[in-house]
Design a protein around this ligand. Structure first.
Ligand SMILES: *Cc1c(COP(=O)(O)O)cnc(C)c1O
Length: 386
């Protein structure tokens, strides 16, 4: 099998697993206990917090551990919107956010009387600062724009957007789940108040993430209980996963140059190969301003379901950028927002490379994909003719 779905998840790096192991069986104390078992776990957690803070160039106390990207996104947007309610009730977001943001904003709007503006994106999936500024109102409290998109890989102009927000007293959150491990996470250079990451997208374990919360930013927690994480996230610390998260993030940034160079070589070979050998293929997302690991396409006159099944039969694990139900394929909301017609937005393919991907994998994939698309195109024209 060839795994080209690294935007969905990555394998856990064996070095990360090694770092985690002692915290299951030896250092198993509850980090909130005052005895020696508890202190040992607490030390490991505080080391992990410092490791992550050094990469985000923030204070350790500004890092909140969570169960992953979804929880970090929920806590950031819901928590900030609730806490700032007395100042205003208007939220700004984009049509290309992950469900952890879009559904949270939708719920705040539908059930709790908040208002929202969903910004437009262009054909490349980029948000424009002028549109952001035009959407800001006196009662706007929170804006959330993702750093890099999971479906089309496009990187947003976060420093410019965050600066516009700061000038207007609006809290700015970015979902950096896809960006973490590939793009700089310096929160001051980015200018963000809140930033989400998730371990399993950069060779860490699943079920753990972090939220950066700028000192002084008020959040109302959705999960109440113990006073863990400055009262923002109740629940006994998951020491092994937190150690794994920090270890994986440190490895990703220690090895950033070699990893991104590797990704980029493979991604470019994939994009050039597909566009050169498949006439009805189009690249989606920004041509240059995109994640190094990320290639995404749409194909004219192709049934997406059949495409994924045939790729899978060739041993290639890829993903549609859209949600597939049995038989029918829903057009991707991200591609629709980018201005693609529903037929094209239903025929998308995302191929994301990783540290273990080889040139041979890419060549085999291009060759297989070319054959599959030719076959499906013939079937399609036979259908239309018949
Ligand atoms: C994967 C992903 C999430 C969700 O993270 P989990 O840790 O799986 O909950 C959120 N946002 C983006 C952009 C993602 O790609």
């Amino acid at each position: 099998m060839i795994y080209l779905d690294h935007s969905a998840t990555t394998p856990t790096d064996p070095r990360v697993v090694q770092a985690m192991l002692p915290y299951f069986t030896e250092v198993y104390g509850n980090a909130s206990s005052s005895h020696r078992f508890g202190r040992a776990a607490e030390n490991a957690i505080e080391d992990a917090r410092e490791t992550i803070a050094a990469i985000l160039k923030c204070q350790p106390k500004e890092i909140i551990f969570t169960s992953g990207g979804s929880e970090s996104d929920n806590l950031a947007v819901r928590g900030a919107a609730w806490a700032a309610r007395s100042r205003g009730d208007h939220l700004i977001t984009t049509p290309i956010e992950h469900g952890a943001i879009s559904k949270t904003v939708e719920q705040l709007t539908r059930l709790q009387g908040f208002e929202r503006t969903v910004l437009p994106v262009d054909r490349d999936g980029s948000v424009h600062v002028e549109d952001f500024i035009a959407a800001c109102r006196p009662e706007t409290t929170v804006a959330s724009v993702m750093y890099a998109n999971n479906e089309v890989g496009t990187i947003q102009p976060i420093p410019q957007l965050a600066e516009a927000a700061r000038e207007r007293g609006i809290l700015f959150h970015t979902d950096a789940v896809q960006a973490a491990g590939q793009l700089p996470l310096d929160v001051n250079a980015l200018g963000v108040d809140l930033l989400s990451i998730s371990g399993h997208k950069f060779y860490g374990p699943k079920g753990v993430g972090a939220l950066y919360v700028r000192d002084g930013v008020d959040l109302l927690p959705a999960q109440t209980g113990g006073s863990h994480e400055r009262g923002l996230r109740a629940g006994t610390y998951n020491t092994p996963l937190i150690v794994g998260l920090a270890t994986a993030l440190k490895l990703a940034y220690d090895e950033l140059e070699t990893r991104t160079a590797h990704y980029q070589t493979l991604r470019d070979r994939l994009i050039v190969g597909v566009l050169n050998s498949i006439p009805n293929a189009h690249l989606t997302g920004h041509a240059e301003n995109r994640l190094a690991s990320h290639a995404s396409f749409v194909f004219e006159d192709i049934n997406n379901r059949a495409l994924l099944d045939l790729l899978s039969a060739k041993g290639i694990a890829a993903s549609a950028a859209s949600a597939c139900n049995t038989g029918s394929v829903e057009p991707s909301g991200v591609l629709l927002a980018m201005g693609y017609a529903p037929e094209l937005a239903s025929a998308s393919l995302r191929l994301t490379v990783g540290v273990q991907t080889t040139l041979e994998d890419i060549d085999y994939t291009v060759e297989s994909l070319t054959g599959i698309i030719a076959k499906l195109s013939n079937q399609q024209s036979a259908c239309l003719a018949g």
